[in-house]
Design a protein around this ligand. Structure first.
Ligand code: FAD
Length: 645
């Protein structure tokens, strides 16, 4: 069968025709997006099929065995606050936990943890397998079943065609196929089809999406070599341990007082590339697929390959390499920092010039993978494809990179697919509510030219969107739509009450300062050099509250940031008015005088729905937005003058 035959079109009268469907929602792909999508949909009470070709790869970490990091740690905390499983799984399977940026402001602090890769995958698989309402099907999807959309015109999705030809029906399909669509792996001159080492690539769905008229692009990402622990001279390398008092990702771990960390903790080690390594890389650069022109897709600028680092920063004489164990019972070491797709023999040569790695043995060489993604500007804020009702996309398929970005999108897409098939209101988060909101909002107006990853700098309201308060921002809303249960909501409420008791004590307890003036503890806490832990030590009534670490940080941040947060809230209100100003779909951007050429082109092709969305399109600058705002205001006035009474 040619791929073209895999998209089937036949008429169907109704979205909810029960006799024809086997499931309510089909999730295609069992990676980080797919798992959260399936579980979120199941939590909302619908019947889910999770279609994924390898049952032994559900929840696989394709690249680095770690969760969290700057921006990503906040996303993982939000996924947890929304009822997702990423946080609980890493708490159980983490082998090193660190809170990053503890010397910087609360807004940029973020948790990160190394995982035992195998245990992480096993735990995810156990959770999915034990969730009622989720049926796992161990086959690839090869095409989409598309029907004429009689109610609204156009087309709509009606299911998927599995690799063995079976037709699986559902009114909603969430595609989360990661790096696998028409994927090619590159190591030097060698190319092989596949989305991840040892696994196949799938072209059928790329064809199906193209046939639907969707615009696809091509991106690239890479992974470093995996080394054998036995060939590394560990004694010569700098050790890096996790935090002495590690903090869990999941609020549930914190509240339930379970043993944490569950697993023994290990050290990572640090070494550096050498001048000799840089010379070898330069001499062989013409053999790197990106430089030889064999890869069309753009890779992530913020996560460059070692060959990119050497070529782009010729003045740097060394680059850091973190040697991260992939687990407790494995010899595999992940060489973080030297992602590469140079030929295998060049990789071996340059790695052996690195201090401590002279005798190293390779378990696997680094490689790059190039894959199709769908231009995310074709999605609406529920992550549904605007022109194909019932089709939702989440994760790397939307041009993002990273487990946390994938999990966050998966949860939102799975939830919205379930809400949609049951005719309930969609669940959409704003930029002032969550990093998840920032992520989705950025995506739906973007045409990525490199994989999108989260950074704290993308969130303009980051003082409000802290890792410590993800629960207070999101759990109640998630509970309203049925995504989290009563127990999780009650735990959040109890945590908030504990913080309120602490704030009350801080306001009412007074201590004298150096000059004998009595001052409330809250004023002491406002001083930059004083933290909550110090006040706890000096005031037993505070210590008796037995706040958890995230409650302590939360109280501290609320007190120290009070003025700034108030200002941000005012900004949110002011911008909300502009944000929600609708742009009528018939605005003729080409005819709008004064817009820059690039803004005109981007606005015409992306057609943002609101002025807020227009402000975030790359190439649409503040003067363009002002002009557009004036135009909209004039038009509104003209229409209100001409409107009949
Ligand atoms: C080589 C490599 C290097 C990477 N480097 C980085 C990096 O440096 N930094 C970073 O942040 N991220 C990196 N990643 C990306 C990271 O792995 C992803 O961001 C993350 O896994 C995306 O999650 P996902 O759920 O969207 O997709 P994936 O985790 O890729 O999961 C996709 C799932 O879909 C399934 N699937 C695929 N096709 C079909 C089909 N036709 N039918 C049914 N199921 C299907 C797959 O089997 C898999 O289970 C890398 C990935 C690879 C492969």
């Amino acid at each position: 069968m040619t791929p073209a035959h895999r998209v089937h079109c036949h008429p169907s009268p109704s979205r909810h025709r029960l006799a024809e469907r086997s499931h309510d929602v089909i999730v295609v792909g069992g990676g980080h997006a797919g798992v959260e999508a399936a579980l979120a949909a199941a939590r909302l009470g619908v019947d889910v099929a999770l279609v994924t070709p390898r049952l032994d790869r559900i929840g696989e970490m394709s690249c680095n065995p770690a969760i969290g990091g700057l921006g990503k740690g906040q996303l993982a905390r939000e996924v947890d606050a929304l009822g997702g499983v990423m946080g609980q799984v890493i708490d159980k399977t983490g082998i090193q936990f660190r809170m990053l940026n503890t010397r910087k402001g609360y807004a940029v602090r973020a948790p990160r943890a190394q995982a035992d890769r195998h245990l992480y995958r096993e735990e995810v698989t156990r959770i999915v397998e034990s969730t009622s309402g989720v049926t796992i099907i161990g086959l690839p999807a090869d095409g989409l079943i598309i029907e004429a959309n009689e109610r609204e015109g156009g087309q709509r999705v009606a299911g998927v065609i599995l690799g063995d030809g079976t037709r699986l029906l559902a009114p909603a399909v969430v595609m989360t196929t990661g790096t696998f669509l028409s994927a090619i792996m590159h190591t030097g001159e060698e190319q092989a089809e596949g989305g991840r080492v040892g696994e196949a690539a799938f072209a059928g769905l790329s064809h199906a999406l193209t046939q639907l008229g969707l615009s696809l692009g091509r991106l690239k990402t890479g992974t470093p070599p995996r080394l054998d622990t036995e060939g590394i001279d560990w004694d010569r390398l700098e050790e890096q341990w996790g935090d002495v008092d590690p903090q869990p990702f999941s609020y549930a771990t914190e509240d339930r007082g379970v043993l944490f960390p569950t697993l023994p903790q290990v050290a990572c080690h640090i070494t550096y590339t050498s001048e000799a390594a840089h010379d070898l890389i330069r001499q062989n650069i013409h053999r790197a697929p990106m430089y030889a022109g064999r890869i069309q897709g753009q890779g992530p600028r913020y996560c460059p390959s070692v060959e990119d680092k050497v070529m782009r920063f010729p003045d740097r004489d060394r680059h850091q390499i973190f040697l991260e164990p992939e687990g407790l019972d494995t010899r595999v070491i992940y060489a973080n920092g030297i992602s590469t797709s140079l030929p295998a023999e060049v990789q071996e040569q340059f790695v052996r010039t690195v201090e401590g790695l002279e005798r190293t043995r390779f378990i696997r060489h680094g490689y790059a993978v190039e894959y199709d993604f769908v231009m995310p500007a074709q999605l609406d804020p529920t992550l549904a494809v605007s022109r194909v009702p019932g089709l939702f996309l989440a994760g790397q398929i939307n041009g993002t990179s990273g487990y946390e970005e994938a999990a966050a999108q998966g949860l939102m897409a799975g939830a919205n697919a379930a809400l949609w098939v049951t005719d309930r209101a969609p669940f959409v988060l704003g930029r002032d509510q969550a990093y998840v909101g920032v992520l989705v909002d950025d995506l739906v107006v973007s045409q990525p030219t490199e994989p999108y990853r989260m950074f704290t700098s993308r969130a303009e309201y980051r003082l409000m969107l802290r890792q410590d308060n993800a629960d207070e921002r999101l759990t109640a809303q998630a509970s309203e739509c049925g995504l989290v249960g009563d127990e999780q909501l009650a735990r959040m409420t109890a945590r908030r009450a504990g913080k309120d008791r602490a704030l009350e004590l801080l306001r009412t307890t007074r201590r004298s300062d150096e000059s004998g003036n009595s001052r409330a503890l809250i004023d002491w806490l406002r001083r930059p050099e004083i933290d909550f832990a110090q006040l706890e030590r000096e005031n037993p009534e505070l210590a008796e509250l037995e706040l958890t670490p995230s409650q302590r940080v939360g109280v501290e941040a609320e007190v120290k940031y009070e003025g700034y947060v108030e200002r941000q809230k005012r900004d949110v209100d002011r911008l909300a008015r502009q944000e929600s100003l609708l742009i009528p779909q018939d605005v003729d951007f080409a005819g709008l005088e004064g817009l820059s050429g690039e803004a005109r082109e981007k606005l015409a092709s992306l057609r943002p729905r609101t002025l807020g969305a227009a402000t975030r399109i790359a190439g649409v600058n503040p003067p363009d937005v002002s002009l557009l705002a004036i135009h909209l205001e004039r038009r509104r006035r003209a229409e209100s003058i001409h409107a009949p009474d």
